[in-house]
Write a new protein. Structure first.
Length: 164
């Protein structure tokens, strides 16, 4: 593991710490640095497989694109959940949604994005069959292609750009 990988893990941990703490006081900066250094020492060899990818500027652009797509879909999903709550009707189901991703990171990012979106939750996945099992609170279709389009396709496309 080279220095670039360690620096990347440290910065991600440190920034995440500061965002969740919501403060940049001296105490929080020092605590964040110490915690990030410990996490980096313990995990960086498991988190970074190819340091060459870290130097690719286009990946940062794709990451920013991912955040924009995630934010847009998150807002749309919150509006849909508000409508569902007001109506008082749900139509739950668990669907098998296929994915076309190669890296574990892309699969995980997509699964987490689906789960973080209100009304959907990845309850399991089968890497051999390359499918997610998604609980959809307000099912709009049982057709696999249409469900994939509505639940995971946008996340998958951007995750693929970032990690595959």
């Amino acid at each position: 593991m080279g220095m670039m990988g360690r620096v990347a893990v440290f910065l991600m941990c440190f920034i995440t710490y500061l965002v969740f703490v919501g403060s940049v006081s001296t105490y929080d900066l020092l605590t964040g640095a110490v915690v990030s250094a410990i996490v980096t020492a313990l995990t960086s060899k498991y988190l970074v497989r190819d340091e060459g990818k870290l130097a690719q500027v286009r990946r940062l652009a794709y990451l920013i694109k991912y955040l924009a797509v995630f934010t847009k879909l998150e807002i749309i999903s919150h509006v849909e959940m508000i409508k569902t709550i007001v109506r008082g009707k749900v139509n739950p189901s668990i669907l098998e949604i296929p994915y076309d991703l190669r890296s574990d990171y892309a699969v995980t990012l997509t699964a987490c994005s689906i789960t973080n979106t209100p009304g959907t939750l990845v309850v399991d996945l089968d890497p051999e069959r390359r499918v997610y099992y998604v609980h959809w609170l307000n099912t709009k279709t049982l057709k696999v292609g249409e469900a994939r389009e509505q639940i995971s396709k946008s996340f998958e496309e951007v995750s693929k750009e970032v990690f595959d």
